[in-house]
Design a protein around this ligand. Structure first.
Ligand SMILES: C[S@@+](CC[C@H](N)C(=O)[O-])C[C@H]1O[C@@H](n2cnc3c(N)ncnc32)[C@H](O)[C@@H]1O
Length: 206
């Protein structure tokens, strides 16, 4: 049985107190360098979707005006402490990536890192991200995706059989391909670690 939205947000609430500690190894090996790549390109009014524990907060340029959303109050609570720890001003909202509580074209940059793998309807979330982005603005993504090395991809499909119903975690998604279906193409993109980690910079067409 697939978990409902409320149950999935509750799942993240339970992860929050120990998430950073449990992810420390994965963070160092696979995620850390993507944070500078993504956040370093953020400019102006910036929205981070699925901000989690705020792992990106110390990576943004100081002059970025940052808003973050997450549907887990407990993750937001950790992100608030992290913002205080790194002295980063940030407005945090409890919200669903599939229904962003912001007017169209209200951000210069939208960021999402390692969240599209677990947002239930990633197509709707990307459509929302593009809606709130001003024309010419940057959508910056990093995530683990379906590998370009087929034996690994086959293993990821097998893992999905359990991780999707139990944790809402998808290992085989490919956000850049989904963006192409939505009519936008990446201006810049990289795949690393056997094609399993993807970074994408999309500029919203005028
Ligand atoms: C794996 S964590 C990643 C957190 C952070 N972005 C990072 O780079 O470490 C995924 C986060 O996405 C959030 N999330 C998942 N689905 C969401 C949704 N539909 N709306 C808002 N937040 C969501 C979860 O609550 C969790 O905090």
């Amino acid at each position: 049985m697939t978990r409902s939205h409320g149950t999935l947000a509750g799942y993240w609430d339970r992860q929050a107190p120990t998430y950073d500690r449990r992810m420390a190894g994965v963070e160092r090996r696979f995620f850390a360098d993507s944070r500078d790549w993504v956040c370093g390109q953020a400019r102006g009014a910036t929205l981070e979707v699925g901000i989690g524990t705020g792992a990106n907060l110390s990576h943004y340029p100081r002059d970025v005006q940052l808003t973050g959303i997450d549907w887990s109050p407990a993750m937001l609570h950790v992100a608030r402490s992290e913002a205080d720890r790194v002295h980063r001003a940030a407005t945090l909202h409890h919200a669903d990536a599939a229904a962003l509580p912001f007017a169209a074209e209200s951000f210069d940059t939208v960021v999402s890192t390692f969240s599209l793998c677990c947002i239930p309807d990633v197509r709707v979330a990307l459509t929302e991200a593009l809606r709130v982005l001003r024309p010419g603005g940057s959508l910056l993504l990093a995530d683990h995706i379906g590998s370009s090395f087929w034996p690994l991809r086959a293993l990821q499909h097998a893992v999905d059989l359990f991780s999707v119903p139990l944790q809402g975690e998808h290992y085989t998604r490919r956000p850049a391909a989904m963006l192409r279906k939505l009519g936008v193409t990446a201006e810049e993109g990289e795949r690393r670690t056997m094609g399993m980690i993807e970074r994408v910079h999309v500029r919203k067409p005028h």
